[in-house]
Design a protein around this ligand. Structure first.
Ligand code: ADP
Length: 294
């Protein structure tokens, strides 16, 4: 069983001609409401790739909380450890300009209530996935408990922020995009990507995967870096590509070597770019494996 602990948000997306300036009002397209949040997205990607998934997180006692819970359950995810708290369910307000540029406000709400005591028994759990839309003390406590129990820990260090080495030491697999890698201080070293990964690995994580958008991914493990090209697709919306990548990567780890898992995750992430939305666009294992085997 793969456990995902993290955030759930209701995403509200509206398209506008140009992003509003301060004090300005603009009219937009009909808005799209869709389930999101990095934790929930990664759990859905993981389940659609074929894994048994348990989710740990917090929502409010409101309609959006119900919707998000049902969205997880629709993908067969165990939500017994989804806690209802006295705060509004997390939400993300996304404005997309015709240029493709966006402006996003995330209201974490109930997600801020997650704490170390929310972590259930880890019996039967082999892998834990964490992200940074949850309070850092909870993330650290979960990572420590998982390490103590011999559970493999994946940290997707998103959204970008600096992290203490004490947390990085608890991580088996660190997954970041280029911006998140820079926020971890890797870019300041003036080294090339290989050197940056080497230096970061020295701070604790046993393996590191950096996603590079349409340039694919780079993977550091056992002292060497391996590049994986992105799959060529007609990308219409890259929202959720990173979350799809993380979920499918960890779902694949029990089944194949890391390099093959990166390839399968890349195929899934590419497919997710061909449809709008986060969870809405995530592929299922037959389509993933069809593309990954090309
Ligand atoms: P994030 O969405 O977190 O910024 P990236 O942009 O690095 O992450 O994308 C994550 C992964 O999604 C990439 O490693 C790649 O495999 C895939 N991906 C992203 N954009 C494209 C694209 N235009 N075409 C094909 N694959 C893509």
């Amino acid at each position: 069983v793969i456990m995902v602990a993290g955030s759930l948000n209701m995403d509200f997306a509206v398209h506008v001609k140009a992003l509003p300036a301060p004090g300005e009002t603009v009219t937009g397209s009909p808005y799209l409401v869709s389930p999101g949040g990095k934790g929930a997205n990664q759990a859905v990607a993981c389940a659609r790739a074929g894994a048994a998934v348990k989710f740990v997180g917090c929502v409010g006692a409101d309609a959006h909380g119900d919707t998000l819970q049902k969205a997880l359950q629709a993908d067969g995810i165990d939500t017994a450890h989804l806690r209802r708290v006295n705060a509004p369910t997390g939400a993300a307000f996304v404005t997309v300009a015709a240029s493709g540029e966006n402006a996003i406000v995330v209201s974490g709400g109930a997600n801020h209530a997650l704490d170390g005591s929310d972590l259930p028994e880890l019996t039967g759990v082999t892998h834990l996935i964490l992200q940074l839309e949850s309070p850092l003390p909870a993330v650290c406590a979960f990572a420590q408990a998982a390490q103590d129990a011999g559970v493999h820990v994946t940290l997707n260090a998103a959204p970008a922020q600096a992290l203490p080495d004490s947390l990085l030491h608890l991580v088996d697999l660190l997954v970041v995009n280029a911006g998140e890698l820079a926020a971890l201080g890797a870019a300041q070293t003036g080294l090339d990507l290989e050197g940056q990964l080497e230096a970061l690995a020295g701070r604790g994580p046993r393996a590191i995967v950096v996603t590079l958008g349409e340039d694919g991914a780079a993977c550091w493990s056992d002292g060497r870096v391996q590049r994986t090209a992105a799959f060529g697709v007609q990308a219409v919306d890259t929202t959720g590509a990173g979350d799809t990548f993380v979920g499918v990567l960890v779902a694949s780890l029990p089944l194949m070597p890391l390099a093959a898992a990166v390839r399968r995750a890349s195929a899934a992430a590419a497919l997710s770019c061909t449809q709008p939305g986060a969870q809405l666009s995530m592929p299922f294992s037959p389509a993933i494996d069809r593309l990954a085997s090309t």
